[in-house]
Design a protein around this ligand. Structure first.
Ligand code: MOS
Length: 633
């Protein structure tokens, strides 16, 4: 059992009656010992992930290092808090068929789940989620409300809607509280000899959930000796979950604070330290990256921030009654791509419908799909309509891991290539066709026409080609295809520079400026990309200063299960955020050079702020959030 676990469902004709009736349910519990505190349960944690083999001998190298830094960092339980509550509306279509409107990051995933739980046929369960009011990972797993709503609909043979309360949202998954222990050993010239990274994270009594917290410490910097370990502590809580940049948000926070502390010990500028440890190769696999413009991120970020004006001593910069601190950190995330299929229906009037069972959780998936399709099909943007969030559409993975842009857009490219081939076939058939004899790779689709690459005057309009053969529409469906490539590492990177101002008497902290320079392959849409990264930075500010689910361990219950007391940044907390996209052409990763952006925006931000707070105050707070009471201690 755990606080927030669903134990009964009350259904009524209307919401108010159901809520009232639920308040009348009397439950008697047998009490049992419970454990909800990671800090007291850390010694019972078990090893869940170890690297295949440690690199070199980290303990020996650490002992022999000129300069050492070892410390523990802590990230508390944090919640996704999407504005939209989790909710499911199950429409009873008769004959045992259901249409389920669900808040989810993957309609086909929910469909598979419902079918497996209730033994239903996929043809009888259609899951819809055309718009999602925020997900951040909370909607990756089907949540319990969809199961309960389907159960109710099947039992009553009628439609059921179930909406969670904000408090109930705190009974779902969360970013696991994690203790991160980092040991760094370096030469006095500022190169790394040893990195050891141990993570101890929370999971439930009934499932093991863990993500890659420690691998980043192995991957990122040049270092011959590394040792990693990931442990899990079972607590009487729900299972922890993916939350924006799972693993990296916590693990890289610790690594990048530790690097800052090492820089202090070395009396070296923090950017300089990163440059001395810079690696052109993935250190884990000892392979090159498809592209890595992190050096440019440091350079452009530092220039835009004005980093060269930093005076290195803590407490050496001021603005009136406030201490000023400048800190920086590196961010890193994966550039993943997954199988996805896209269907294009092109009609003779020059309109194309592009469809895949993807989600748009506010990231701009609709927009970039339309853009890429318009470009590939040579049609104006307004002639493209995009369909997604419907389980009956061609297969698509969950929207997560920042992989949707690369996955879906490369599927659009493949399908569009087939459309072009089909259109060329039709055009070539025309009497005295100007395109006769050309191969598909000899033509492009542009401005509603099929055009020879060599000679732009050789062209046939798409409409004419289709009408000539009396074809009203062309419907084609194709998956993406990525060459198998184990020879390259695929990652996105960022350099974050933060300015804080801390009131000297009251310790009130303001994050007055952030510059985040991001290298993430081809940027498809500056506006949606900028919003993604800016949102990640805002969340990084929340992580650094505000966010924390507080449990009363006597009762095993969260005390601040609402967004009045679980503080997320509001407008007043946010000042100047500048996002820079560093040019990063990538001809290896996939045909369109796309890497994805949803998650890199948060990684490293909390570390840059924590480092800035140290620089401002001379006080190192390693457990998040950095609240003013911790600075006053
Ligand atoms: Mo994200 S945590 O991959 O939805």
């Amino acid at each position: 059992m755990f606080g927030g676990q669903p134990i009964a469902l009350v259904l009524a004709e209307d919401w108010e009656t159901a809520r009232f009736a639920a308040s009348l349910v009397h439950i008697e519990y047998e009490t049992d010992a419970h454990f909800t505190n990671l800090l007291t349960e850390r010694d019972n944690a078990f090893v869940v992930q170890k690297p295949e083999k440690p690199r070199g001998d980290a303990a020996k190298a650490y002992a022999a290092a000129d300069v050492r830094h070892e410390a523990e960092y802590f990230v508390p339980m944090e919640y996704h808090n999407p504005m939209e509550l989790f909710a499911s509306t199950v429409v009873w279509d008769g004959g045992g068929k259901l249409t389920v409107y669900d808040k989810t990051q993957g309609v086909q995933n929910v469909q598979r789940y419902v079918c497996s739980v209730f033994g239903m046929d996929p043809d009888d369960v259609r899951v819809m989620s055309p718009f999602v009011g925020g997900g951040f990972g909370a909607g990756l797993r089907p949540q319990y409300q969809v199961v309960l709503a389907v159960l109710g609909a099947l039992m009553l043979e009628r439609s059921v809607r179930l909406v969670l309360t904000r408090k109930q949202m705190y009974g779902l998954g969360y970013r696991p509280a994690t203790i991160e222990r980092l040991s760094l050993g370096a030469k006095d010239t500022g190169t790394l000899d040893a990195i050891a990274h141990q993570a101890i994270a929370v999971t439930s009594q009934f499932e093991e959930f863990s993500r890659n917290d420690t691998g980043w410490s192995d991957l990122l910097y040049k270092c011959a000796n590394t040792r990693l370990e990931h442990r899990l502590a079972r607590l009487d809580v729900p299972t922890s979950a993916d939350m924006r940049a799972p693993g990296a948000a916590t693990g890289v926070y610790a690594l990048e604070c530790a690097m800052d502390e090492l820089a202090v010990a070395l009396k070296l500028d923090p950017v300089q330290l990163r440059l001395r440890c810079y690696s052109e190769r993935d250190q884990t696999g000892d392979i090159p990256y498809t592209s890595k413009q992190l050096r440019e991120c440091y350079r452009q970020g530092a220039a835009a921030f004005g980093w060269e004006k930093r005076s290195p001593e803590p407490r050496s910069m001021r603005d009136g009654s406030e201490l000023v601190g400048w800190g920086m950190a590196t961010g890193v995330w994966e550039a993943l791509q997954m199988p996805a299929t896209v269907r294009i229906v092109l009609t003779a009037n020059g309109h194309a419908e592009v469809a895949s069972a993807a989600s748009d959780i506010g990231t701009g998936t609709y927009t970039i799909m339309a853009q890429v399709a318009a470009d590939m099909l040579g049609l104006p943007l307004e002639n493209i309509s995009v369909k997604l969030g419907d389980s009956t559409l061609p297969p698509c993975p969950l929207e997560g891991g920042s992989w949707i842009a690369a996955s879906v857009c490369n599927a659009i490219a493949n399908t569009s290539a087939d459309v072009r081939k089909e259109l060329l076939g039709l055009a070539s058939r025309m009497k005295d066709s100007p395109l006769a004899g050309l191969a598909p790779e000899d033509v492009v689709l542009s401005e509603g026409r099929i055009v020879s690459r060599q000679d732009m005057s050789r062209a046939v309009s798409i409409s004419d080609a289709m009408r000539y053969s009396k074809v009203d529409q062309i419907t084609l469906e194709k998956a993406n295809s990525f060459p198998a490539d184990d020879a390259h590492a695929r990652n996105t990177h960022s350099a974050i520079f933060a300015e804080v101002k801390v009131d000297e008497q009251l310790s009130v902290i303001r994050v007055t400026r952030i510059v985040d320079a991001v290298a993430a392959g081809r940027i498809l849409n500056l506006k949606t990309a900028h919003s993604q990264v800016m949102g990640g930075v805002v969340w990084g500010i929340g992580m650094a200063l505000h966010e924390e689910a507080l449990t009363d361990h006597r009762f095993g219950r969260i005390m601040n299960a609402n967004i009045a007391e679980y503080h997320v940044p509001v407008n007043a907390d946010i000042h100047d955020i500048k996002v820079i996209f560093v040019d990063e052409p990538d001809e290896i990763i996939n045909p369109l050079g796309i890497k994805g952006l949803g998650e890199i925006g948060i990684v490293g931000v909390a570390a840059a702020i924590a480092n800035a707070i140290y620089h401002a105050t001379g006080k190192r707070v390693r457990d998040l959030p950095i609240t003013l009471d911790k600075l006053q201690r």
